[in-house]
Design a protein. Structure first.
Length: 263
């Protein structure tokens, strides 16, 4: 009996040893798995880092950074233009209801001609005198009376005149210095396409609005008046502007003229 007990005890010890060995083996396998997973994670992180820091990714990052900087610069550019254009337009609008003023301009035309314009307005009557010094046959006078719906176009050199209506005699130069006052909200469109700089014109500090390669306007910063304009090589520059100085505007004397009447 004692011998059997002894054998049983020994068998139990052997089983315990086997269990311990199995347990240790399982534990070792689990630990190896964990170590393997940890190793793989580390490797994955390393691979990801290597991918992120690759030359292609760096190139695209640089491109995105440049694009972001350009967008920021463009936003600043647009904001500046809007502020400037709003400022000069609000100053020009004080002249929108002018009933009495005059101005003179000189011009250099694309065909080499030089010109001089004199414009005067009193209430609903206007007079424009255009003199072409290189070709006096092109010189003319336009007289307009809105109340009486009358317009007269005179060519002094040829002694010819055309009588027509107020609308048909519109030459479109009467608003030259105060043109921005009538621009309305369309002036804001210039903010997205124009380049605005500063320059002096006849001693006056002006904004230069570069609308396109062939179109510029010089605007007095203080008054909002257009002092100079260049379109397709033709330059027009204000010589003098006077407000509330016109006492009377005379109707052209057509004595001796050949008169054509249009309706």
């Amino acid at each position: 009996m004692e011998k059997e007990k002894q054998e049983n005890i020994e068998n139990e010890k052997i089983e315990e040893v086997k269990v311990d060995e199995n347990s240790n083996e399982s534990q070792s396998i689990e630990e190896n798995k964990k170590d393997d997973m940890t190793f793989r994670k580390v490797e994955n992180v390393k691979v990801k880092k290597e991918v992120k820091e690759g030359p292609v990714q760096k190139f695209f990052k640089a491109i995105l950074l440049v694009i972001a900087i350009l967008i920021a610069i463009y936003c600043v550019f647009i904001s500046r233009n809007i502020l400037i254009l709003n400022s000069i337009q609000s100053k020009a609008r004080q002249y929108i209801d002018l009933k009495n003023y005059s101005y003179e301009t000189t011009g250099n035309l694309t065909d080499g001609y030089t010109s001089e314009f004199k414009f005067s307005k009193k209430d609903d009557i206007t007079r424009t005198e255009a003199t072409y010094f290189s070709d006096t046959e092109k010189s003319f006078i336009i007289w307009r009376n809105k109340n009486e719906n009358q317009g007269i176009l005179v060519y002094p050199k040829q002694q010819e005149a055309i009588e027509t209506t107020f609308e048909q005699s519109d030459f479109g130069v009467g608003n030259f210095p105060i043109q921005l006052a009538f621009a309305g909200d369309t002036i804001k469109l210039l903010a997205f396409s124009s380049i605005i700089s500063s320059e002096e014109v006849n001693g006056k500090d002006c904004y230069v609005i570069q609308i396109s390669q062939n179109s510029k306007k010089w605007v007095d910063k203080e008054t909002g008046l257009v002092l100079k304009e260049e379109i397709n090589g033709m330059t027009t520059e204000i010589v003098d502007v006077q407000i509330d100085n016109v006492k009377e505007i005379y109707k052209p004397d057509l004595t001796g003229y050949e008169v054509i009447r249009q309706k």
